[in-house]
Design a protein around this ligand. Structure first.
Ligand SMILES: Nc1ncnc2c1ncn2[C@@H]1O[C@H](COP(=O)(O)OP(=O)(O)O)[C@@H](O)[C@H]1O
Ligand SMILES: [Mg+2]
Length: 226
């Protein structure tokens, strides 16, 4: 599904140049559940953003579903994101002024689906993560765990083949973190490919493969026995 070859990402400012990623080679097959681990600042989010077509590498090759994305324009990348990707963040990133149902519907914002079909999709996504009874509430009225489940509903409402999660349990207590992991695990069992950044060894253990990073490089990439 994804092939990264010799990917570098440099951030330049007037005084400093940071090599956030250095010579990353990584292949991810459809259906995998991959955990990315490593100390703060080692490039995990940068890697996830490049995989998610939010950021572009400074050099290297990136094949997404067999298609070389390096030369594609922003409109083309936006279409690929819309049709294939769902994002989950540590800080939920829900919009405070919108209800939970409206937030979830944002996951369909560029889809040209009719109103009835949209409503059905939004309902199904909220049911899927156990948040439907909070549809008319606003984010601040929900617990952190409920907010993250709503964010997952927004991520999956368009039925993406690839879910990218950047420390999805980082702001949650143990019980809520486990609920989120259970949802990700079952989405993977149903066929979604998942790439998740985590600091939790227990949560990384749920993935079938762990990629360890240090200073912008992949130092270990290990698959767990089935
Ligand atoms: N937009 C940016 N501009 C400048 N430097 C950045 C930017 N994004 C990330 N970096 C730097 O790149 C390195 C990797 O960052 P990041 O990918 O966020 O690490 P992690 O997610 O592992 O904590 C860090 O040194 C960070 O300061
Ligand atoms: Mg990060």
């Amino acid at each position: 599904m994804i092939t990264l070859a010799d990917i570098h990402r440099l951030f330049r400012s007037d005084e400093v140049e940071t090599a956030a990623l250095r010579s990353i080679d990584l292949t991810i097959e459809a259906g995998e559940f991959v955990a990315i681990m490593g100390p703060s600042g080692c490039g995990k989010s940068t890697l996830l953003n490049i995989i998610g077509l939010i950021d572009r590498p400074t050099s290297g090759r990136y094949l997404f579903q067999g298609e070389e994305i390096t030369g594609l324009d922003e409109a083309h990348l936006a279409r690929l994101r819309r049709d294939n990707l769902g994002f989950v963040f540590q800080s939920f990133n829900l919009i405070d002024e919108l209800t939970i149902a409206e937030n979830v519907e944002l996951g369909l914002v560029y889809r040209r689906w009719a109103g009835k079909q949209r409503k059905a999709r939004v309902q199904a996504a909220m049911d899927r993560v156990g948040i439907a009874h909070r549809a008319r509430h606003y984010p601040h009225q929900l617990s952190g765990g409920q907010q993250q489940r709503a964010a997952i509903a927004r991520a999956i409402v368009g039925e993406p083949s690839l879910i990218l999660a950047d420390e999805p349990t980082g702001n949650l207590d143990t019980a809520n973190g486990e609920q989120v992991m259970d949802i990700l695990k079952s989405l993977n069992a149903e066929g979604a490919t998942i790439v998740m950044v985590t600091h939790s060894p227990a949560h990384a253990d749920i993935a079938r493969r762990v990629v360890n990073m240090l200073d912008g490089r992949i130092v270990v990439s290990a698959r767990r026995a089935a």
